[in-house]
Design a protein around this ligand. Structure first.
Ligand SMILES: [Zn+2]
Length: 241
């Protein structure tokens, strides 16, 4: 069956002398596709089968085995991302993260939010903020969302003084022992990250100290709760530290 699918190539593997197998992340999950002859210089498929290509792919779809690529069109080249090695690392990590989360929860939003995030990064918005916003939103799809409405220990909505990644959310004055105190701005921004619609973000004015505090919080939270250990994340951390 000939089928048109939108997606991002998350990996490519050589197959034989001239062909490639690509894995395409779509809003329906990952599709394995054979691209016959795609390694040869003359092949029209050559430039459309590179990792991180975002496009529309015409494939002969096979449910339980590899599909076959017929032709493809690029939707967005992500030109600005592709010319910056740090931004490429962000994109690689975000695609990797989306694939891993989709293996646990095949919700189309995970894919759609990924595309929205990549467009914003390509348009020049701070990649750490956009990545953190995407990460915070994904927690709900992993079943380990942060509770932004009450103290994680006692359920009180009053006198919230900090947020603790180990407790899984807010800490109120009564329950406070020795957790790190995050300033109020950080608490407010974290909630804003969770609530904001990525497509609607046009400008970001957040101080560096708040940005880094949130990034740090999310990293600890991911390590404690998600069970995800991605090489692309380690690599990104090395690039940006
Ligand atoms: Zn409490």
């Amino acid at each position: 069956m000939l089928k048109k699918v939108e997606g991002i190539i998350i990996s490519e593997t050589n197959f034989g002398e001239t062909s490639k197998i690509i894995n395409l992340l779509t809003d329906d999950g990952i599709i394995g596709i054979m691209a016959k002859g795609a390694k040869s210089i003359k092949s029209p498929l050559r430039s459309y089968t590179l990792s991180l290509t975002y496009g529309e792919f015409n494939i002969y779809y096979h449910e339980d085995k590899l599909s076959t690529l017929k032709s493809a069109d690029v939707i967005n080249e992500f030109k600005n991302i592709k010319k910056d090695i740090t931004l490429i690392s962000y994109m690689t990590y975000l695609c990797d993260l989306a694939s891993q989360v989709m293996k646990q929860n095949q919700n189309k939003d995970i894919y759609n939010l990924l595309i929205s995030s990549l467009k914003k990064i390509d348009n020049g918005l701070n990649p750490m903020i956009i990545t953190n916003i995407y990460e915070i939103k994904l927690l709900d799809y992993l079943g380990v969302g942060i509770n932004f409405s009450e103290c994680a220990k006692c359920g009180s909505m009053k006198n919230i003084i900090t947020i603790d990644p180990d407790a899984g959310g807010y800490i109120c004055q009564n329950c406070y022992t020795d957790e790190v105190i995050y300033e109020e701005k950080v608490l407010k921004m974290l909630k804003m990250y969770y609530l904001v619609e990525i497509d609607s973000i046009s400008d970001l004015k957040i101080s560096d100290s708040v940005i880094y505090a949130i990034n740090n919080f999310i990293n600890i939270y991911y390590d404690s709760y998600t069970g995800l250990y991605l090489k692309s994340k380690k690599f990104l951390e090395e690039m940006t530290s």
